[in-house]
Design a protein around this ligand. Structure first.
Ligand SMILES: CC(C)(COP(=O)([O-])OP(=O)([O-])OC[C@H]1O[C@@H](n2cnc3c(N)ncnc32)[C@H](O)[C@@H]1OP(=O)([O-])[O-])[C@@H](O)C(=O)NCCC(=O)NCCSC(=O)C[C@@](C)(O)CC(=O)[O-]
Ligand SMILES: NC(=O)C1=CN([C@@H]2O[C@H](COP(=O)(O)OP(=O)(O)OC[C@H]3O[C@@H](n4cnc5c(N)ncnc54)[C@H](O)[C@@H]3O)[C@@H](O)[C@H]2O)C=CC1
Length: 433
C-alpha cells in the first residue's frame, strides 16, 4: 500500500528510486534493473538530463528517426522526428519523395505575433479605467525597459498593449492584452516577465490616479497565437499525381478532396485527420526541443476558431491543378528553452541547417502537411492498415520475443500476406510448433 511522503524532493536520485521500489514493486530488483538500465554511462550527460526536470529517476527513450528528401522552398532537408508510433516516419518519407518529383513543398510565415495577458478585475467606472490606461501606457512600456532592451536591439519586443473590456462575459473582468515579437525565441519567459512588470506598474500607479478596486488575478502568455501563422502547400497538375499507387489521378484527386471536405464538416473525422497532421508536427517539435504542449493546445484552438472543430488542411482542384495546403499557428524557438542544452536537439537543429524560428515554423508545417498527405493517400487508396501494419509488424514480433531467424522468415511471409495481430500470432505459433 502506497504511503504519503514529506521531503521526497530533497532525497537523492538513488534514495528516490529506493523509496519507489520499496513501496510500489513486488519484484524490486527487476524493477531497479529496468529503471537503471536507461542511465547514461556518461555521468555529466546524465546529470544534464536529470536537471531538465524535477524528481527525475531515469531517462525515458523515444526513437529519433529521420525523413529524407524534403524539398521546401527549393532547398533539400532531412527532417528529424522523435516519435513512438510506427509508420509515421515512413509516411513522411514517402510523401517527401512523392512531392520531390513534383516541385516539392512551398511554405511561408504569414505573421509572427505572440500574445500575453494581464487578467484583472475592476469594480469602478469604466471610463475612469480607460483614462487611467491611456495615461499609464507609456510607463507600462518604459518600466519594462530592462527586460526588453536586448530583444529590442535585435528588432523584437512589445508591439502593443490594449485594454480589453470582458465584463460582458465575466463580471468586472478586464485584460491588458499585449502583443510581442520574440524573433528566434518561443518567448514564454520573455513575455511572462514583461507581463508581470506590466501588472506591477499597473497596480502601483493606480492609487495615485484615483483608481480603486483594481485586482490583478494573473499575468501569463497565451498559447493561442492565431497571428503567429504559417502556411505550407503542395500543388501540381492532376495528371502529374500518377504513380504506382495512383493509376487514375483524376479519380484520386477527387476522392482525396472529398476526404478533406469530410474533415472540414465532420468534427469526429476532423479530430482524427488533425491527429494525423500532429503525428508529423509533434515529432519535429519534440526533436527540436520545442514545447509540444503549447503547440498542441494552440493548434487545436485554431482548428475551432470559427466555432466548430474542423480540418487544418484544405484541398482544391482548379483548372486541372491539385492544391493541398495547411495553415496553422506555431510559436517555436530555435534559441532558448532546451535548444542549446539537449545535445540531440543541437544535433537536430544542425541537421536542419540551424534554422531561424521562422524557417523552423515552415519545416514543421511541411512535416504536418506531408504526414496528412501520406495518411489520406493511404486511406483513399489501399486503406490505412496495409502500410501501418507492415511497419507495426516489428512491434508485434518484439512482443513475442521472436528470434532473428523467426523475424527473417516472418518478414518474408508478410511481404505477401496481410499483417493483422492475429495473423502474426498464428504465423509465429505455426513456426514454433
Ligand atoms: C507506411 C507506408 C509509407 C508504406 O508505403 P509503401 O508503399 O509500402 O512503401 P514502399 O516500401 O513502396 O517505400 C516507398 C517509400 O516510403 C518510405 N518508406 C517505406 N517503408 C519505410 C521504412 N520501413 N522506413 C522508412 N521509410 C519507409 C520511403 O521513403 C520509401 O522510399 P525508399 O526509402 O525506399 O526510397 C504507407 O503505407 C503510408 O504512408 N501509410 C500511411 C501511414 C500513416 O499515416 N501512419 C500514421 C499512423 S496512423 C495515424 O495515426 C493517423 C491516421 C491515419 O489515423 C490519420 C488519419 O486518419 O488521417
Ligand atoms: N505556457 C507556456 O507555453 C509556457 C512555456 N514555458 C517554457 O518557456 C520556454 C521558452 O521560453 P523562451 O522565453 O523562449 O526561452 P528562454 O527563457 O530560454 O529565453 C530565450 C532568450 O534568448 C535571448 N535571445 C538571444 N538571441 C535571440 C534571438 N535571436 N531571438 C530571440 N531571443 C533571443 C532572449 O533574451 C530570450 O529571452 C520553453 O521551455 C517553454 O516550455 C514557460 C512558461 C509558460
Amino acid at each position: 500500500m502506497a504511503k504519503p511522503i514529506t521531503g521526497f524532493s530533497k532525497l537523492t536520485k538513488a534514495q528516490k528510486i529506493d523509496w519507489l521500489l520499496e513501496n510500489y514493486f513486488s519484484d524490486s530488483e527487476s524493477a531497479r534493473k529496468t529503471v537503471t538500465q536507461y542511465f547514461n554511462s556518461d555521468e555529466k550527460l546524465q546529470k544534464l538530463h536529470d536537471e531538465f526536470i524535477e524528481n527525475s529517476i531515469s531517462n525515458f527513450y523515444l526513437p529519433l528517426g529521420v525523413a529524407p528528401n524534403f524539398i521546401i522552398n527549393n532547398a533539400f532537408y532531412t527532417i528529424p522526428m522523435a516519435i513512438e508510433e510506427s509508420s509515421v516516419v515512413a509516411a513522411a518519407s514517402k510523401a517527401a519523395k512523392f512531392w520531390m518529383d513534383r516541385g516539392g513543398f512551398k511554405a511561408n510565415v504569414i505573421s509572427s505575433v505572440k500574445i500575453g495577458q494581464v487578467h484583472f478585475t475592476f469594480s469602478g467606472n469604466k471610463d475612469d479605467l480607460i483614462r487611467y490606461f491611456e495615461a499609464i501606457k507609456p510607463a507600462l512600456i518604459s518600466e519594462t525597459a530592462p527586460i526588453t532592451k536586448n530583444m529590442e536591439r535585435r528588432g523584437g519586443g512589445i508591439l502593443d498593449i490594449e485594454l480589453r473590456d470582458k465584463t460582458a462575459v465575466l463580471e468586472n473582468y478586464y485584460q491588458l492584452h499585449a502583443t510581442f515579437e520574440t524573433l528566434d525565441a518561443m518567448g514564454a519567459n520573455f513575455i511572462n516577465s514583461c507581463l508581470e512588470q506590466f501588472a506591477e506598474t499597473f497596480k502601483s500607479h493606480a492609487e495615485a490616479n484615483h483608481i480603486r478596486g483594481l485586482n490583478v488575478v494573473m499575468s501569463i502568455l497565451s498559447n493561442y497565437v492565431p497571428n503567429c501563422l504559417v502556411r505550407a502547400e503542395v500543388r501540381c497538375k492532376i495528371s502529374e499525381l500518377k504513380d504506382k499507387d495512383i493509376p487514375n489521378p483524376e479519380a484520386f484527386a477527387e476522392k482525396f478532396k472529398q476526404a478533406v471536405a469530410i474533415a472540414e464538416v465532420e468534427p469526429h473525422r476532423a479530430v482524427t485527420h488533425n491527429k494525423g497532421i500532429m503525428n508529423g508536427i509533434d515529432a519535429v517539435v519534440l526533436a527540436t526541443g520545442n514545447d509540444f504542449r503549447a503547440v498542441e493546445a494552440g493548434v487545436h484552438a485554431y482548428a475551432s476558431k470559427d466555432g466548430t472543430y474542423t480540418s487544418l488542411t484544405h484541398c482544391s482542384i482548379d483548372n486541372d491543378e491539385f492544391c493541398f495546403w495547411l495553415e496553422i499557428p506555431l510559436a517555436l524557438g530555435t534559441i532558448g528553452g532546451l535548444t542549446s542544452l539537449h545535445p540531440l536537439v543541437k544535433f537536430n537543429l544542425e541537421l536542419l541547417g540551424k534554422p531561424s524560428a521562422k524557417k523552423l515554423m515552415e519545416i514543421v508545417a511541411v512535416a504536418g502537411l506531408a504526414q496528412n498527405f501520406a495518411a489520406l493517400k493511404s486511406l483513399t487508396t489501399t486503406g490505412i492498415q496495409k502500410g501501418h501494419m507492415k511497419m507495426h509488424l516489428m512491434n508485434i514480433l518484439n512482443q513475442f520475443e521472436a528470434s532473428e531467424n523467426e523475424r527473417i522468415q516472418l518478414v518474408e511471409y508478410f511481404k505477401n500476406n496481410t499483417v493483422t495481430h492475429s495473423a502474426v500470432v498464428e504465423a509465429i505459433e505455426k513456426l514454433r510448433n
